[in-house]
Design a binder for this molecule. Sequence first.
Ligand code: OAD
Length: 232
Amino acid sequence: MTHPSIVILTGAGISAESGLGTFRDEGGLWAQHRIEDVATPEGFARNPALVVDFYNKRRAQAHEAVPNAGHTALARLKAEHKGEVLLVTQNVDSLHEKAGSTDVVHMHGELASALCANCGHRWNAPLHMEVGEACPACAQPTARPDIVWFGEIPYHMERIEEALSRADIFAAIGTSGNVYPAAGFVQMATYVGARTVEMNLDPSETVALFEETRPGKASVTVAQWVDDILNG
Ligand code: OAD
């Protein structure tokens, strides 16, 4: 295959070596906070201050974080690979962009963005959001973090599924395979005959569905994998 089409899915594990905590590893975010409280529309309706504060802290951490060799290798792949590369991330940080990747598909939203719960307008979030900030478009006090919460539909699904339907290679990096629809991408890719590879520290929930696994830290495994792809 001269110029394979590649779809990459990243998760919290790729940002772990940049100091951002994952969700389900020991001591991870979901051990410290209840999903129902901070990552559902109902939680936000009950206690918006708690939710805004949770994402303010995460935004501040992400703002300070610097990309690692895993992010950098993917930016290099996007720049140098002659075929298509679609980089899809479940992460809400901007480390792929900080490493130089453009057109990153943030399927679970972004800390850098604010969303109006009233009219759907989006704008750049301030580093510190306040509860009840006014939307610049409709002036209602209905600003919220632009994060896809449990019970909401992930962004850009049509574009992702379209790319998966033409993929020659699908790679999942640093994701535990617990959250759908992302956890189902490996099956879609397998269905169209793509080669599938998992790069994760621990085997994911869906490891058995992958043709190849490259266990280890993303800073090492992703850099090696990108070298292998670019060197044919
Ligand atoms: P998880 O915390 O569920 O999984 C992170 C995975 O990364 C684990 O399987 C670890 O083994 C692996 N890992 C940790 N350090 C690593 C490293 N240095 N190199 C490679 N792998 C490493 O995070 P996600 O799968 O991203 O959604 O979670 C998916 C979604 O669940 C998130 O987007 C978030 C969460 O609830 C929302 O908030 C909507």
